[in-house]
Design a protein around this ligand. Structure first.
Ligand SMILES: [Zn+2]
Ligand SMILES: [Zn+2]
Ligand SMILES: [Zn+2]
Ligand SMILES: [Zn+2]
Ligand SMILES: [Zn+2]
Length: 243
């Protein structure tokens, strides 16, 4: 649903500054001037929002200390690139000009693989003997494979996971949207000095995305909500496909 406002179209989510975390699916406030709970990926044309804790857990699955550090940095305004821009297996980016390096993207969560890295059980065909359902579809997305990754149980009748529609804010009472228990609250958000200390203590050499956490990424932060963080909303920026 779109709403016309001063000649621009906003979806309900953008209008109410409430967006769904692409990792956990819960709705959170994306209002940068009033204690935001979800933050948008910095990549152009991505549009996915995340709780800092949710994106940190995916980017640093084996390093709790670094995940905590990253979570606090994101909550404090650090720009980040979300997990859909790197292959889950080899951590490399997509190359649309090389068929084997094109992405297979999960429709329900931030999981992507290159064609060549796609696990065998995310199959383009249904295997009735081994009772493995079809989880990958070619020819639906341009130059990409659409998948439902193994986190989502395929419903036999549907041939897809249970429907999981975009969550719209409660229009009568936007504040009533479910709060994410793991989301940092305002008092948890570090001030600038603390933030820089924490960033400095991140060790970039162990990071899968060194450029994201190293000192070179630190920019002066003159307010809690730097404008460059939120160049959007604009129509279609939410990244959600309708079923
Ligand atoms: Zn929107
Ligand atoms: Zn989340
Ligand atoms: Zn992204
Ligand atoms: Zn790969
Ligand atoms: Zn998935």
């Amino acid at each position: 649903m779109v709403i016309q406002e001063k000649g621009l179209y906003f979806c309900e989510n953008c209008k109410h500054k409430q967006h769904q975390c692409f990792a956990c699916g819960l709705l959170g406030s994306s209002n940068l001037t009033a204690g935001p709970e979800v933050f948008q990926c910095k990549e152009q044309k991505c549009g996915h929002f995340y709780h800092p804790g949710c994106v940190a857990k995916i980017l640093y699955p084996d390093n709790k200390a670094k995940a905590t550090c990253f979570e606090q940095c994101v909550a404090g305004g650090l720009e980040f690139s979300c997990p859909v821009h790197k292959c889950k297996r080899c951590k490399e980016a997509e190359n649309k000009h090389d068929k084997e390096m094109q992405f297979a993207v999960c429709r329900r969560c931030p999981t992507v693989y290159h064609r060549k890295c796609l696990p065998r059980d995310i199959s383009l065909i249904e295997d009735e003997e081994e009772a493995t359902p079809q989880r990958a579809w070619d020819g639906i997305l341009p130059d990409q494979i659409l998948i439902y990754c193994r986190k989502h149980e395929i419903q036999e009748e549907l041939g897809t996971p249970k429907r999981d529609h975009i969550v719209f804010p409660d229009v009568r009472n936007p504040g009533a949207a479910e709060r994410h228990r793991g989301a940092p609250q305002r008092h948890d958000i570090p001030d600038e000095d603390e933030l820089l200390d924490r960033l400095a203590s991140c060790n970039p050499s162990q990071s899968p995305q060194p450029a994201e956490t190293g000192r070179s990424r630190v920019k002066p932060i003159d307010s809690f909500a730097p404008k460059h963080l939120f160049p959007r909303p604009h129509p279609g920026s939410c990244g959600w496909l309708d079923d």
